[in-house]
Design a protein around this ligand. Structure first.
Ligand code: 13P
Length: 251
């Protein structure tokens, strides 16, 4: 049985005081939830968030939104997976659609990020998902399959067992338009089948596949109730304590 994971991706939002007040509210409301909970604040906040959660004996994990595709060296502005690990990050998002779009990330770059994060002891959450025109032209399965094959499927059997997948259709991110539970389930089941073909049924049955794209307090329960949806990667609704708590409680 896969335990669900609800992850908040804050993206480039919240200044320091706002961020710390949100973490503190989350901890104050922490219960014995039915899912794992992760927050991915901007990188400069990771260390303090980790310390705060540790001191509060919280079960909430902290992760980063990206890592470098190299381990160290002359890469101004980059942050390596090893550095993130050393400041308490236990997860990292890899290949988020916003990085694919604005930083042109794909293929080998993402493979390196996945491998470096696993090497540093961080669990990567590999993001994939099609754009609107790709869905409208009925190419969404091919697009997602290519994204998996050109990066995630370079992982070994041992490495893949440390990965989580997030299906985030680009047309649903920040738009208020969510994939229907049926559309999401159909793609999650397709992704699991691809994993099974490459790595076997055992690996496929254990890997977590999160849904992301306008998850909110109103739609989370139905989405999370689908057979192959193992939680959510939440953007906007993770920035408000009430909505994020309701989403966590829907898992
Ligand atoms: P929204 O929940 O704001 O649509 O963002 C989803 C997302 O991109 C999470 O990584």
């Amino acid at each position: 049985m896969r335990r669900k994971l609800v992850a908040g991706n804050w993206k480039m939002n919240l200044h320091w005081n706002e961020a710390m007040s949100l973490v503190s509210d989350l901890v104050k409301n922490e219960k014995d939830w039915n899912c794992d909970v992760l927050i991915c604040p901007p990188s400069p906040y990771v260390r303090h968030t980790f310390e705060f959660l540790k001191n509060a004996k919280s079960a909430i994990s902290v992760g980063a939104q990206d890592c470098a595709s190299s381990t160290d060296g002359a890469f101004t502005g980059e942050i390596s997976a090893g550095m993130l690990s050393s400041i308490g990050s236990s997860f990292v998002l890899v290949g988020h659609s916003e990085r694919r779009e604005y930083q042109g990330e794909r293929g080998e770059t993402l493979t390196k990020k996945l491998q470096h994060s696993i090497g540093a002891g961080i669990q990567p959450i590999f993001c994939c998902g099609e754009k609107l025109d790709e869905r409208q032209s009925n190419n969404h399965f091919d697009v997602v399959q290519t994204q998996l094959e050109e990066a995630l499927f370079a992982m070994s059997n041992e490495e893949i067992s440390k990965c989580t997948i997030a299906y985030e259709p680009v047309w649903a991110i920040g738009t208020g338009e969510t994939a229907s539970p049926e559309q999401a389930q159909e793609m999650h089941s397709f992704i699991r089948d691809q994993v099974a073909t490459k790595y076997g049924d055992d690996v496929a049955s254990r890997i977590r596949i999160l849904y992301g794209g306008s998850v909110n307090a109103g739609n989370a329960k139905e989405l999370f109730g689908q057979q192959d949806i193992d939680g959510g990667l939440v953007g906007g609704a993770s920035l408000k304590i009430d909505s994020f708590l309701q989403i966590i409680q829907s898992a």
